[in-house]
Every structure is written in C-alpha cells, then in structure tokens.
Ligand binder design. Structure first.
Ligand SMILES: *Cc1c(COP(=O)(O)O)cnc(C)c1O
Length: 397
C-alpha cells in the first residue's frame, strides 16, 4: 500500500512533509479502496445493513448513508449519530442483548425498521412500552442456534453459553406469548460470530433455518455479519464473492423465498486503513530486541484483547525483531508480528486498522485519541482531530 524509497507515497499522494508536521500515530484511510468495496457489496442480491460498531467515524457513516442508507446499531448513541448525518430517516435494525428502557422507547418513537429481540424478557419490556405509549414496531427474533462459528472464543456469539439471542428451546414459548403481545415479526435474525473464514458454520446455520422456515415463513431473514478479513494478506482465506455466492446458492437450494438481510461490519473498512506510527526505542535482552513504539493498546485494543495479528512494516531497516510494544503501562500492551527489521525512529505501518480499532480505543494512561485522515482525490483530509487535553478533563466537576 505504501511505497518507500526516499519518498513515502500513499495512493499516489506524497506524505513526507505531512508526516513530519502531524502528531503520530495516525490512521490513514484509502477512499478509493473503500468505494471499491462498496461496489462489491452493491452487486449482492441482499439488503446490506452496515454494522456501526465496527467503525463509527462520522465521515465514513456519511459515505455509508449515501451508498446504502441502512444501519445495524447496538446503542442509542449510534442511532443518534446516524440521525445527525442523515436528512431522511434511514433504515435501522437495533441489535444487542442489553437494550434498556429508554433506548427501546426512542426506537419506538422513531419507528425504526426493526428491533431485534434477544430474550423473552426483552419482548416483555417492549410490550410494556408499546401499551403505555400506544406505539407499534416491527421486530425480528434473534435466535441463538448453538452453532460454533469456530473463530476465536471471544468473538463467537452463537452457542448456548453465549449471552446472545433466544435459545431454540425457548422459541415455542415466544410464539405462544406473541399470540397475546401481537408484534409483527419480520423474520428470524442470526449472528453467530465475527471473523468467519470458513463457510461450514453458515452451511449448518442455513440447514437449521430451512427447518425453521418449513414451520413458519417470514418476509425477511437476517443472517448477520461476520465475514472474515485477510489480516495475514495470504491467499487461502475465503473471499467475499465465494462466501456470499455460497450463501445465495444455499438459499436457492432450500427455496427459502425470503428477503435476505446481511449486517457486515469488519469487512467494510478494515483493509482500507493503516496506522502510521514511529518506534521510540529499541532495547534488548541478550539477542532479543524490543521495539517500543508510539501506538498502544489504548489506540488498538485487539491484540491484547483477542491476541489478534496485524501486519507491521518498518520503513527504516535495522535490528531484526518480532517484539513490538506500545507505551502503555501494561505487559499486554504488545503487538504480534512476524520478524521485521527496525531501528530507533523507524516509521512503522500497522495494517488492517479500519475496523474495531478506533471504536474500541480509550483514554487509558490519560492518552488522547489520535488523528484519522483519509486520502481522497489526491488530497489529505482530516476526518477526526486528535483529542486535546481539555477533552480529558471537561467532564470533571
Ligand atoms: C458486530 C455485529 C455485526 C457485524 O459483525 P462483523 O463481524 O463486523 O461483520 C453484525 N450483527 C450484529 C448483531 C453484531 O453484533
């Protein structure tokens, strides 16, 4: 993505001068790549709802709004962000296992496309508000199918021991209950995990869906998100077309005759964004070199939370190492990497930073959230200004 000889180019824009002026680390998005991805998704025969939690930068949400106009949210603040940027009322699906009364009430008042119900307790809460305020709303039923997505235990959501969705055993009770509650059910909803790189769990899921749909048909079927991203930049990972084509073929095979909703998050921006950072120090113990750089677990939590891998590239070659750390006072503030060459003040490029990085970042160690820029039509545009010290103290009384 970046060519470095004497000059640093990113999508044909020379960055040398800019990188000297601006505070590192910073996110750099590639507009062209993002739009390229959008056209892929446009070609699908499915309804695409963008999962806001993967990246909620306002500039990027505006792009999604212009192209797709449909969002999957998990909190009312995400909904408020979308209302802020959208002139007309977009299509909203509200997911999440812990919606509270005020959040449900706002969705009722706005009459969003669907509230995806995750428990019997939740549908009772919704009913209470529906009666009290005489409002109605469509729902989908999120089912926990007890299918292991076989990804990482911290991002699997669809087994009996996960908190998400209504257990298959409880489904019958829900239908009895709904004879009294009288909610209009748009369809079933599933989301069995994230970073799926194999089609098998989805095959199992569609087999189950087929059985459910033989008993009861709905207008929609929401199969969630989860499409995996190629963090290692190798070839043997399922690609976008294969994945969705197989799903399409299964839906045809089972003759489901329903409109399919997908809620992709991660895939949309992940590989269209890198972070540029700098090594601070190279220290060593025997023959092991430790590279301590400016990017920490406060900015990118994924490696310490999930042991996730991000490709790192160094632009100034020195000692050989795979030990990369941030400045945060925690031993788990480290990045997994292959061995690369690095020296003091090397520029470092961290790949695949567009999803679940900025949205999970925080102010631990009283660190400020960092810049985000996008390269668009040969220009560098700032889309998030680095926080100022006053952002860190404003809310104290
Ligand atoms: C997080 C989430 C998604 C998006 O998952 P990705 O792995 O980012 O594609 C979709 N649906 C629900 C309900 C989610 O919680």
């Amino acid at each position: 993505m970046i060519e470095y000889k004497k000059n640093i180019f990113f999508d044909k824009v020379k960055l040398n001068f800019f990188l000297e002026k601006i505070d590192l680390p910073l996110y750099i998005y590639n507009y062209k790549k993002i739009i390229f991805n959008f056209f892929f998704i446009k070609k699908l025969k499915f309804f695409f709802f963008y999962s806001v939690k993967s990246n909620d930068n306002i500039f990027l949400l505006k792009l999604i709004n212009n192209f797709f106009f449909k969002f999957d949210i998990v909190s009312i603040e995400e909904l408020k962000k979308i209302i802020l940027i959208s002139k007309k009322k977009p299509f909203i699906v509200f997911s999440g296992s812990g919606k509270n009364l005020s959040e449900i009430l706002i969705s009722l008042n706005l009459k969003i496309f669907s509230i995806n119900i995750e428990s019997i307790q939740e549908i009772l809460k919704l009913y209470y508000l529906k009666k009290k305020y005489k409002k109605n709303i469509n729902i989908m039923i999120r089912i926990n199918p007890n299918i292991d997505a076989k990804t990482h235990k911290k991002i699997t959501t669809g087994t009996n021991l996960n908190k998400f969705g209504i257990n298959l055993f409880h489904l019958k009770n829900l239908f009895y209950l709904n004879k009294i509650l009288k909610f209009n059910i748009l369809g079933y909803d599933f989301h069995i995990g994230s970073q799926l790189t194999k089609i098998n769990p989805l095959k199992k899921l569609l087999k189950l869906i087929n059985i459910l749909y033989i008993n009861k048909k709905y207008k929609y079927l929401d199969i969630g998100g989860g499409l995996g991203v190629n963090y290692y930049f190798n070839k043997n990972i399922i690609n976008f077309y294969k994945y969705y084509n197989q799903i399409y073929l299964l839906i045809k095979k089972y003759n489901l005759k329903t409109k399919i909703i997908i809620e992709i998050g991660r895939y949309i921006f992940c590989n269209s964004c890198v972070i540029i950072s700098k090594s601070n120090y190279i220290k060593f113990y025997k023959k092991i070199f430790f590279c301590i750089n400016k990017l920490g677990m406060n900015d990118v939590l994924r490696p310490s939370l999930y042991n996730s891998f991000h490709k790192i590239e160094s632009l100034n070659l020195g000692k050989n190492t795979s030990f990369f750390f941030g400045p945060i006072c925690e031993s788990s503030d480290k990045f997994l990497s292959k061995k690369i060459k690095v020296k003091n003040n090397s520029l470092l490029i961290f790949y695949s930073m567009g999803s679940y990085c900025k949205t999970m970042s925080n102010n631990y160690n009283s660190k400020k959230k960092i810049f985000e820029v996008i390269i668009c039509n040969n220009k560098i545009k700032i889309i998030f200004k680095k926080e100022k010290f006053k952002n860190l103290i404003n809310n104290y009384e």
